[in-house]
Write a protein that binds this ligand. Structure first.
Ligand code: ATP
Length: 304
């Protein structure tokens, strides 16, 4: 047995919340132009890649049974694309230790795609330039480039064209709902609700970017905005009760995270995070909660 058989690489990748998600009209290709202010939060999946006979995927964690283990898994797709580009075999075992809610609007699948890409690149010793890794990420999905870079960034186009933005530290609580929401279904509902209305060109709000940079939670609370929220609430009206429970418990602001159904609560400090999380769990309006801070680093190879 060669020593290589035992080698493995683990990458840690953050979830995201969109502090602003401005959605434009549907484009001819079906996608929507977005102005998407991404913030990486300290809730992580870990992807471990090990040499194997064939490409296989396993997953552990409370939501593991909802994660596809075939080649539709974004982690498997990432390994496949990187291997094909380099004319080599994609025979690896990918293990996902899943902590990010599945189909929750927190880019969990995207995180695993970015994580697997970086892990395979390290395992295979390819040293792929960052620009090429980002290109593959964009091919995998609109949110994948941000999972790689982390921090805070403005995403334009369909969200994949990133410009880093400055961000101070913020504290969050996330309420995880029962069951997921399909992102395409939420965009379809957005289109239905927007019918007959003129949709402005999406733009990042200057006041929001200033608030983000300042680290002032009250200022950020006043500017949080998600154009997909009415669509997510229309498909999942029960989320209104979760948002209400967070407000009553003292959250500075509430927001559906991306396409939902995870809801995000901006709080002043770690103590209020614990208080709001406990109140949300006691309210019976969500399955579970997580607390986190932002910004968090992007995909990172962990020391072996
Ligand atoms: P986004 O916020 O980017 O819209 P999401 O957080 O709402 O995404 P994901 O957790 O990425 O949703 O899952 C969406 C769907 O993608 C799942 O229902 C699942 O079928 C599929 N999927 C593919 N790969 C993965 C993965 N590694 N982890 C979770 N889901 C995956």
């Amino acid at each position: 047995m060669s020593p290589r058989t035992h080698k493995s690489v683990t990458v840690r990748v953050p979830a995201k919340v969109n502090v602003q998600l401005a959605v434009g009209a549907a484009r001819a290709d079906g996608f929507h132009d977005l102005a998407n202010v991404f913030l990486a939060v300290s809730l992580y999946d870990e992807v471990t890649v090990t040499p194997a006979e064939t490409l296989t995927v396993t997953c552990s964690g409370p939501d593991a049974d909802q994660v596809p283990l075939d080649r539709t898994n974004l982690a498997a797709r990432a390994a496949e694309i990187l291997a094909a580009r380099n004319g080599r075999s994609d025979a690896v075992h990918l293990h996902i230790a899943k902590n990010i809610p599945v189909a929750g609007g927190m880019a969990g699948g995207s995180a695993d795609g970015a994580g697997a890409l970086l892990a395979c690149d390290a395992l295979w010793g390819l040293g792929t330039p960052r620009a090429q890794l980002l290109e593959i990420c964009a091919e995998l999905g609109s949110d994948v480039p941000f999972s790689l870079v982390g921090g805070a960034a403005l995403g334009t186009g369909r969200g994949e064209l990133l410009t880093p933005v400055e961000a101070g530290t913020f504290h969050w609580v996330f309420a995880v709902a029962d069951g997921g929401l399909s992102t395409p279904a939420v965009f379809r509902e957005f289109d239905r609700l927007a019918e007959g209305r003129s949709i402005p060109v999406p733009q990042a709000a200057p006041a929001l970017l200033t608030a983000l940079a300042s680290g002032d939670a009250d200022a950020l609370a006043a500017t949080l905005a998600n154009d997909l929220q009415p669509a997510a609430l229309s498909l999942r009206p029960q989320l209104a009760a979760t948002l209400e429970a967070g407000t009553s418990a003292g959250a500075l602001a509430t927001l559906v995270s991306g396409s939902g159904p995870t809801t995000a609560f901006l709080v002043r400090d770690p103590e209020s995070a614990l208080k709001v999380a406990a109140a949300l769990e006691a309210s019976g309006t969500c399955r579970t909660t997580r607390t986190a801070t932002s910004p968090a680093p992007g995909a990172t190879v962990l020391p072996s």
